[in-house]
Design a protein around this ligand. Structure first.
Ligand SMILES: NC(=O)CC[C@H](N)C(=O)O
Length: 365
């Protein structure tokens, strides 16, 4: 069965449909990870996006029951050069095609993903349409469908939890604000014995403080951080009194709450080998990344934030800390999945920040 991928600029790719046969419209982005397609597919930060993998063979180790980053994948489409119908791995439970069908995610295979990626790198990220399988649609019709579809602004509301829930532990009490959380973040906190209360993105500061948290974590999530102004207001109110750690969208929101600005990158950072330099440890780390927006460096200067880390490829902001409050954040994914766990120590740093903060409070009392 045939299907087209038509980009906003009129470029057409013809390939074979796999996964769901439905049509999909989204922002087309590329991911350079050589492995980790299951974690990519199930990362809620891809809500609203059609992802192409630059690695040419996808699906060869199947889909297993352990590596999901959420149980409700939110990605809008999947574009590959070659997909493997017969996975070979002892952990594999089903094929990529079966998984995509079961989760209503349309896929296209057999297209030149190198060409597609070069186009996106040159022109910047573009919107695109994956046509219905076997539908005879003209480019004009495809483009007019694209034009008539408003870009999404409600992705966080779509993927955040509706109600709070608890993952019990005997350690510090953490409120995890879910903007579209990758399960890896919860896993890292429970591994450290934290008592985690996961709350919706629009939970109020008062309700969060009523839970008497020792720390607050702001998760990753989809879309433009400026689409969730209520969360920015909440963050302003909690950071003076509670140690806070932000990841990816959580980092962007923390920066916005402190008066900095964010902007859209030309084609973003998505992959598992992005080098980052840390001014505090004076070390470079390899990191897992998935973001299309970034905090603008100039905007930090007029705030109480300090720049702690930069991307070595394009010098964009990768980490900040507050100069007065116990708050810090990173643009990348220390929980990895997929990708290297060089920066996993940041979860320990968060726990240490809480311990130090509590000791200071005791001294002051
Ligand atoms: N993974 C994330 O949290 C991504 C943050 C934001 N949606 C961006 O694209 O920049």
């Amino acid at each position: 069965m045939k299907r087209l991928l038509i980009l906003e600029d009129g470029t057409i790719f013809e390939g074979q449909a796999f996964g769901s046969s439905e049509e999909s419209i989204g922002e087309v982005v590329f991911n350079t990870g050589m492995t980790g397609y299951q974690e990519t597919l199930s990362d809620p930060s891809y809500c609203g996006q059609i992802v192409t993998m630059t690695y040419p063979l996808i699906g060869n180790y199947g889909i297993n029951k352990d590596d999901f980053e959420t149980i409700n994948p939110a990605i809008f489409g999947f574009v590959v050069k070659e997909y493997c119908e017969t996975p070979s791995n002892f952990r594999s439970d089903e094929s990529l095609d079966t998984f995509l069908k079961a989760n209503d995610i349309p896929g296209i295979a057999g297209i030149d993903t190198r060409k597609l990626t070069k186009i996106l790198r040159k022109h910047g990220t573009m919107r695109g349409i994956l046509t219905k399988a076997n539908e005879n649609i003209s480019v004009e019709e495809g483009l007019s469908k694209l034009k008539n579809k408003e870009p999404l602004t409600d992705q966080v509301a779509r993927v955040s939890t509706m109600k709070p829930y608890v993952a019990p532990g005997r350690g510090y009490r953490i409120v995890l604000v879910d903007f579209g959380m990758k399960h890896g973040i919860l896993r890292e906190l429970t591994k450290r014995d934290c008592h985690v209360t996961v709350v919706p993105y629009n939970y109020s500061a008062d309700n969060i403080l009523r839970l008497k948290p020792d720390g607050i974590m702001l998760t990753n999530g989809p879309g433009n951080p400026k689409n969730v102004p209520e969360s920015i207001e909440m963050i302003k109110k909690v950071i003076p009194s509670i140690p806070t750690f932000g990841i990816c969208l959580g980092h962007q929101l923390l920066a916005l709450a402190c008066g900095a600005n964010t902007d859209k990158l030309k084609f973003g950072h998505r992959g598992s080998n992005h080098p980052v330099y840390d001014f505090e440890t004076k070390r470079a780390y390899l990191t897992s990344q998935n973001h299309g927006y970034a905090v603008t460096e100039d905007s930090i200067k007029s705030t109480e934030l300090e720049l702690t880390q930069v991307a070595l490829n394009d010098k964009t902001v990768e980490g900040v800390k507050h100069s007065k409050y116990p708050a810090f954040s990173v643009q990348y994914h220390p929980e990895a999945s997929p990708g290297p766990d060089d920066t996993n120590y940041l979860f320990d740093k968060f726990i240490d920040t809480i311990t130090t903060f509590k000791a200071t409070l005791k001294e002051e009392a």
